[in-house]
Design a protein around this ligand. Structure first.
Ligand code: ZN
Length: 552
């Protein structure tokens, strides 16, 4: 059990906020690279482990060791050899920046190359041969069901065989060294686990890394309820595959559950079916019943590795992604409270100071930020997972658009939920205006992630949609934004409806149209972002983390 302070913030988070302190020795660093690095501010992830047993402390260390190979595997999926790239760079700032980005492309700047002589990042990262075209892939998967399954699998690399034909290579084979190393550590952690659910999950997850069959361990993870320590590990999210969104990227989070907060969060889950019925869309788009076994918990994250550590850091997770597991067991939402508080204090407050009308700034609060993020995660469970034409999942139908549309759905339906629960007196005493103004401020924070991030693109769409609807307006004299609460409520309903219909109809062309028309940064928004950059407000955090930081 973690000890709590009066504010409910359990973690001792040490913030190093000196400028240019993204964790490198700046001797000989070029000024251009320093400017790029200043987009990040460093955080030392120190959690209070004093409530853990000796076994649990030991287990945290072993799980961090299990996470490390996921970092190596992700480098290979995203770029290639980490050592080769870093070894070729003399500029220490460039080296550090490459490390943060897991390659020579700036994740906060639409994956623009930041090293001379580096070409554009392949849309499909290293999941596909660099010379493969979309047409070639589509033709190959049309050859047979077997080919389609193998080549579109979440867990295969697409390569060329000796004849130049496309062929699928299982992750467990392509990354056997990393998978075996991580699996061995997971088994070691399983030995230390006292809680039977955790013991079972850890050993099944080890099996999964070696077999590429993740469903049994996903089910075991959902069955596990009483564990204080947790780990999310393996190939999970598909955002790195911007070509088709088929391939999962390796990552790991090592987590310590905040039991108090988790109890407070759990009561909202019971309200999901009612909220689903109230969605502002035609009945056919809300006919599915959200899983009520879903759970929602707060954690302190003590280690990030691989995809989740690349560029911007995740502050909330919703897993598993496997639709079959979701329909059977619901999903688990993990709120990374320490990472969230850090981003609020160091980034969002500064953004609000620059861009939000003075009289509305008091509405930017951590409580609202926490709630909005929490409901974003809940809202992934709302809406529709299978298209109305009965031909499969929304994710398959919307292909490369699926992630941005789904993130946009979760953001907007999260605010819909906040509005409903506030109306019903379920949210506490804070005024609804807090949630709305904090939500608006968050858009500016998130568009800074760039168009290469699903979250960044979703926020661009929302910014443009909201502005068009008059949900907020910019005061020309001060250059600051003011929310119009009535119009914002209408815009929430309108955008919710639009997204739910795109998903239910499996309307890939419509989703692409929306992204192309609205998932962009116009000149005015760009000038606002330039102001934030000029004010020296970091975009994101990099972590000083690991066993030594935790004193393990
Ligand atoms: Zn999300």
């Amino acid at each position: 059990m973690i000890r709590h302070t009066g504010t409910g913030i359990a973690v001792v988070l040490c913030l190093l906020s000196l400028s240019g302190c993204a964790g490198y020795d700046d001797d000989g660093a070029s000024p251009e690279m320093k400017v790029k690095l200043d987009k990040y501010t460093t955080f030392r992830l120190v959690a209070d482990l004093s409530g853990l047993t000796d076994e649990q402390r030991k287990m945290v260390g072993v799980l961090i060791e299990a996470a490390e190979p996921m970092d190596e595997a992700f480098w290979l999926q995203a770029y290639g050899s980490k050592d080769e790239l870093l070894g070729s760079l003399d500029d220490p700032a460039a080296r550090r920046f490459a490390e943060i980005n897991y390659g020579p492309w700036d994740r906060l700047d639409g994956d623009a190359p930041f090293l001379d002589g580096v070409e554009a990042k392949p849309e499909g990262a290293r999941f596909y041969p660099p010379d493969m075209t979309k047409d070639e892939f589509e033709a190959a998967i049309a050859e047979s069901d077997e080919r389609r399954q193998a080549l579109t699998s979440l867990y295969t690399m697409v390569e060329r065989d000796a004849e130049g034909e496309l062929t699928a290579r299982p992750f467990s084979e392509a990354f056997s060294g990393q998978a075996e190393a991580a699996a061995a550590k997971l088994r070691e952690a399983a030995e230390l686990a006292q809680e039977p659910g955790l013991k079972k999950y850890l050993s099944m997850r080890a099996d999964a890394l070696l077999s590429d069959d993740y469903q049994p361990s996903d089910l075991a993870w959902m069955d596990m309820k009483d564990n204080t320590i947790d780990v999310v590990i393996g190939p999970i999210e598909t955002y790195e595959d911007a070509l088709f969104g088929y391939k999962a990227a390796y990552e790991a989070y090592v987590l310590i559950k905040d039991m108090d907060w988790s109890r407070r969060l759990s009561r909202y889950v019971a309200m999901l079916p009612e909220l689903q019925r109230g969605l502002p869309v035609d009945a056919v788009y809300k006919a599915e019943t959200p899983g009520v076994e879903s759970d929602l918990n707060a954690y302190d994250v003590v280690y990030y590795a691989g995809h989740c550590n690349a560029g911007s850091k995740t502050i909330a997770i919703n897993l598993p992604n496997d639709e079959e597991v979701q329909l059977a067991k619901g999903t688990r939402r993990l709120q990374l409270k320490n990472a969230m508080r850090a981003k609020f204090d160091k980034i969002l407050v500064s953004i609000a100071d620059e861009l939000i009308a003075e009289d509305q700034r008091k509405h930017v609060t951590f409580e609202a930020f926490f709630a909005n993020t929490m409901f974003h995660e809940v809202a992934h469970g709302l809406g529709i997972k299978n298209t109305l034409n009965g031909e499969g999942t929304v994710r398959d139908a919307l292909k490369e658009q699926a992630s941005a549309i789904e993130e946009g759905k979760a953001d907007i339906l999260g605010l819909y939920m906040v509005t409903k629960l506030h109306e019903n007196g379920e949210l506490g005493a804070e005024p609804l205006e807090d949630y709305y103004v904090t939500f608006m401020s968050s858009i500016f924070r998130s568009v800074r992630f760039g168009a290469s991030s699903a979250h960044g693109r979703a926020n661009m769409i929302r910014f443009n949609f909201f502005q068009e609807q008059g949900a907020f307006s910019k005061d020309e004299a001060t250059g600051r934004y003011r929310a119009d609460f009535d119009k914002m409520r209408e815009a929430v309903d309108a955008l919710s409806r639009k997204i739910l219909e795109l998903q239910g109809d499996g309307n890939h062309a419509g989703a692409r149209e929306l992204t192309e028309a609205m998932g962009v940064i116009g000149s005015e928004l760009q000038s606002d972002l330039d102001r934030l950059a000029a004010a020296g407000i970091p975009v994101d955090i990099v972590l000083e983390q690991g066993k030594s930081v935790l004193g393990l």
